[in-house]
Design a protein around this ligand. Structure first.
Ligand SMILES: Cc1cc2nc3c(=O)[nH]c(=O)nc-3n(C[C@H](O)[C@H](O)[C@H](O)COP(=O)(O)O)c2cc1C
Length: 370
C-alpha cells in the first residue's frame, strides 16, 4: 500500500505547508493548485517560459478541455478492494503509468534542477525522461536517480554529438530513447517573446551543441532537418528501445512502425509548436487504430487529473507523461514537490478506478466512457 507523504513545498524560506492564514492556499491538493502557487512564486520570465504554448494557445486550451468533455461510465458493486495500477513497459514493470516528460532547462525552476527531479522521480517510483536540453550532465542526473531514466533526443547538427550522448546515456543505464520528431523548427512562442525569454548565459547546457542551443533558446527559424533516415540512424546506434515522440496521425504512426520503432508518444509538445493541432486525447484514437496494439502508445499534453489518465488508457494509451505539473512541484518544493505532484495524480487515478469499478489498467477500455 502506498502512502502520501506530507507536503514540504518550500521555495526559498517560504513554506506553503505552514498554515499561513494570509495566503489564499495553505497546501496544494491538486495539480492546478501547484500551478497557481508556482505561478505566484516563480520569476515572471521562467513562469512564462514554462506555462506558455504556441501563438494564441488554442491547442494549449484544447489539451485540457478535450479531457473535460469526455464523460465516464461507472459500474457499481464491483470488488475494488485491491486496485492495481501497475504497467509493464519494455519488460520493466512500474507500479503506476505516470512518467515525467522531458522538460528543458530545469535549473531555471530550482537551483538543483534535473538532479531534484531525478530524486523526486525516485520517491514517486516514476520513470523520468531526461531532455537533451538539460542544465545538468546526464551522469550527475543518473547518480541521483533511483527510478529508471529514459533520454529524450534532439538530433544535433553534429551527428557525432548525438552518438556520444546516446553512448553516455547507455553507459549510465538509460533504458529507452524518446526521439522527438515534432520540432523541425521551434513554434511561434509569442508568450516567450513578450516576456523576452532567453536562457541565461550562465546556465550550461552540457548536451546541446552551440547551434542547437541557439536554435532552441531564442526564437529562430534556423532549421535542423530531421527525416525518417535519421530514425534508422538512431536505431542503428541505440542498444535500448527507441520511441518516437510527437506523432499525431495514424499515417505517421504506421510509418513509424514500418521503421521498427519500439513505441510511440502521442504528443503535441505541450501545445508549444503548431497551434490549432488537435488535443492529444483527440488524436489518440486514430493513432491507436493504426498501431493496432503492435507497440505501446504513450500520451502527453494536458494530463491534470487521475480521470485524464483513465481516459487516455481507455482510448489506447499504455501510459501517460506529465510535463508542466511536475515542474510546478519542482519549483515549489524540489524533489518533494515533484514526488507530491505524482502522488496526487496517482491517488486520483486509484480513486477514479475504484469509483468506476475497475481494478486494473487492463479493465480500462472504452466501456469506461459514457
Ligand atoms: C518548459 C517546457 C520545456 C519542454 N522541453 C522539452 C524538451 O526539451 N524536449 C521534448 O521533447 N519536449 C519538451 N517539452 C514538451 C514535454 O515533453 C511534453 O510533451 C509536454 O510538456 C506535455 O504537456 P503538459 O505540460 O501539458 O503535461 C517541454 C515542455 C515544456 C512545458
Amino acid at each position: 500500500m502506498w502512502h502520501r507523504h506530507s507536503c514540504l513545498c518550500t521555495l526559498g524560506t517560504k513554506s506553503v505547508s505552514e498554515n499561513d492564514m494570509n495566503h489564499s492556499m495553505t497546501e496544494p491538493v491538486s495539480l492546478d493548485d501547484f500551478e497557481q502557487l508556482a505561478r505566484e512564486r516563480l520569476p515572471h520570465v521562467a513562469s512564462e517560459y514554462l506555462v506558455g504554448g504556441a501563438a494564441d494557445e488554442i491547442t494549449l486550451r484544447w489539451n485540457c478541455e478535450s479531457f473535460d468533455r469526455i464523460r465516464l461510465r461507472p459500474r457499481v458493486l464491483e470488488d475494488v478492494a485491491n486496485i492495481d495500477t501497475s504497467v509493464t513497459l519494455f519488460g520493466r514493470t512500474m507500479p503506476h503509468p505516470i512518467l515525467l516528460a522531458p522538460v528543458a532547462y530545469q535549473r531555471l525552476f530550482h537551483a538543483d534542477g534535473e538532479v531534484e527531479t531525478a530524486r523526486g522521480a525516485g520517491a514517486a517510483e516514476a520513470i523520468y525522461v531526461v531532455s537533451t536540453a538539460t542544465t545538468t550532465a546526464i551522469e550527475e542526473i543518473a547518480t541521483a536517480a533511483t527510478s529508471p531514466l529514459w533520454l529524450q533526443l534532439y538530433l544535433q547538427k553534429d551527428r557525432g554529438a548525438t552518438r556520444e550522448l546516446i553512448a553516455r546515456a547507455e553507459a549510465v543505464g538509460v533504458q529507452a530513447l524518446c526521439f522527438t520528431v515534432d520540432t523541425p523548427v521551434v513554434g511561434t512562442r509569442n508568450r516567450q517573446q513578450r516576456a523576452e525569454f532567453k536562457l541565461p548565459s550562465e546556465l550550461a547546457t552540457p548536451h546541446l551543441d552551440a547551434t542547437n542551443r541557439e536554435r532552441l533558446t531564442v526564437t529562430s527559424n534556423e532549421r535542423e532537418p530531421v527525416t525518417w533516415r535519421d530514425v534508422a540512424m538512431v536505431q542503428s546506434i541505440a542498444h535500448v528501445p527507441v520511441l518516437l515522440k510527437g506523432i499525431l496521425t495514424g499515417d505517421d504512426a504506421a510509418r513509424a512502425i514500418d521503421h521498427g520503432v519500439a513505441g510511440i508518444v502521442v504528443s503535441n509538445h505541450g501545445a508549444r509548436n503548431l497551434d490549432t493541432v488537435p488535443a492529444t486525447i483527440d488524436a489518440l484514437p486514430e493513432v491507436a487504430t493504426s498501431v493496432g496494439g503492435r507497440v505501446p502508445i504513450l500520451l502527453d499534453g494536458g494530463i491534470r487529473r487521475g480521470t485524464d489518465v483513465v481516459k487516455s488508457i481507455a482510448l489506447g494509451a499504455s501510459a501517460v507523461l506529465i510535463g508542466r505539473p511536475y515542474v510546478f512541484g519542482l519549483a515549489l518544493g524540489g524533489a518533494d514537490g515533484v514526488a507530491e505532484v505524482v502522488a496526487i495524480l496517482r491517488q486520483e487515478l486509484e480513486t477514479a478506478m475504484a469509483l468506476l469499478g475497475r481494478r486494473s489498467l487492463s479493465a480500462l477500455d472504452k466501456s469506461v466512457l459514457w
